[in-house]
Design a protein around this ligand. Structure first.
Ligand SMILES: CC(C)(COP(=O)(O)OP(=O)(O)OC[C@H]1O[C@@H](n2cnc3c(N)ncnc32)[C@H](O)[C@@H]1OP(=O)(O)O)[C@@H](O)C(=O)NCCC(=O)NCCS
Length: 284
């Protein structure tokens, strides 16, 4: 029987209640499929403090019934994570509602393929939701199943990407970024860029080239400290990266290191027969 619950983004103050939902699902539902040591280790990963950190780093949702949180799910780049419904609320459609919300959030972020690491317990649930098993994964004796679902090809939910968006997704996007830094901040800059490139990877973006000039600080000149060539598979994934909560949370750190940036967005142009492009026809 389906029940009327509402789904909303998780807030910092939800961490304790989310932790309780997860721990009770682990103890009562997953414990049928996993050894006590594994359940204990997983419980540790979902303390209230750990969940608070997840809320900050991922797009987390909660299912609320009356005043009570009864389920949770997270989207971390293209990975569905932390998917749990409280044992006495399971089987009433809450998991399906949460999954629909996660799928919508993914589509809005331009994500075409959802991935997840399923518990043995939840595999059949995910299969019903259109996921396909790719392979098993083991952490000691803890078996999980890596699964994926192609959202673009999903015909069941009426929210498919329009034909325009699907074709845009096939065109890679290049972004040329110029970066000027505060004097003496090279090491902090490198540490910051390493963090940012990890976030970029969630959206399949890469720094293809980083070109360093001889300027070591922003002295008001037109020449930056570095020029980056970024590549993303699509405009949607680039926009999703720019909207990423963890990336935005780094703004203050960034402002202490980088004085200014500018960027130029485009698609690959011709290479005029140069060596890096398609081989030029040989003469003679
Ligand atoms: C997996 C889980 C989140 C599903 O949530 P839920 O609220 O019970 O799901 P729903 O009520 O929306 O169920 C949807 C369908 O899946 C089926 N289903 C749910 N759990 C199932 C299970 N373990 N095995 C087989 N089918 C299952 C339901 O019968 C229902 O089928 P129907 O649409 O034909 O009626 C929940 O069972 C859970 O918390 N499990 C333990 C934690 C866990 O393993 N999480 C996954 C971590 S990767």
């Amino acid at each position: 029987m389906a029940v009327a619950c509402s789904i909303r983004p998780a807030r910092d103050g939800d961490a304790g209640a989310i932790s309780q939902v997860i721990v009770s699902a682990l103890r009562e539902t997953n414990a049928k499929d996993y050894a006590p040591e594994i359940i204990a280790r997983l419980e540790n990963n979902f303390s209230a403090a750990a969940v608070r950190e997840l809320i900050r780093r991922q797009k987390m949702f909660v299912a609320v019934l009356g005043q009570q949180i009864v389920g949770t799910a997270g989207l971390d780049g293209s990975m569905v994570r932390n998917f749990f419904v409280a044992p006495d609320a399971q089987g009433t459609g809450i998991g399906s509602r949460l999954m629909a919300e996660v799928e919508n959030a993914a589509r809005q972020a331009g994500i075409m393929t959802l991935m997840l690491q399923s518990s043995v317990t939840a595999e059949r649930f995910y299969v019903k939701r259109g996921f396909k098993a790719l392979r098993d994964s083991y952490y000691d004796d803890e078996r999980t199943i890596i699964m994926e679902r192609d959202l673009d090809r999903d015909l069941d939910h009426g929210t498919r990407l329009g034909p325009g968006m699907a074709s845009m997704a096939a065109t890679p996007l290049y972004i040329l970024v110029r970066l000027w830094i505060h004097e003496g901040r090279e090491a902090e800059f490198e540490a910051y860029e390493r963090k940012v490139s990890r976030i970029m990877a969630r959206y399949r973006g890469v720094i293809e080239h980083a070109i360093r000039t001889s300027r070591t600080a922003d002295d008001g000149s037109d020449e930056p400290f570095e020029v980056h060539v970024l590549k993303f598979p699509s405009r949607e994934l680039y926009d999703a990266y720019r909207a990423d909560a963890e990336r935005r949370a780094l703004t203050r750190e960034r402002d202490g290191i980088i004085t200014k940036t500018d960027s130029l967005v485009g698609a690959p142009g011709p290479t005029y027969g140069s060596a890096a492009g398609p081989a030029a026809p040989r003469r003679g």
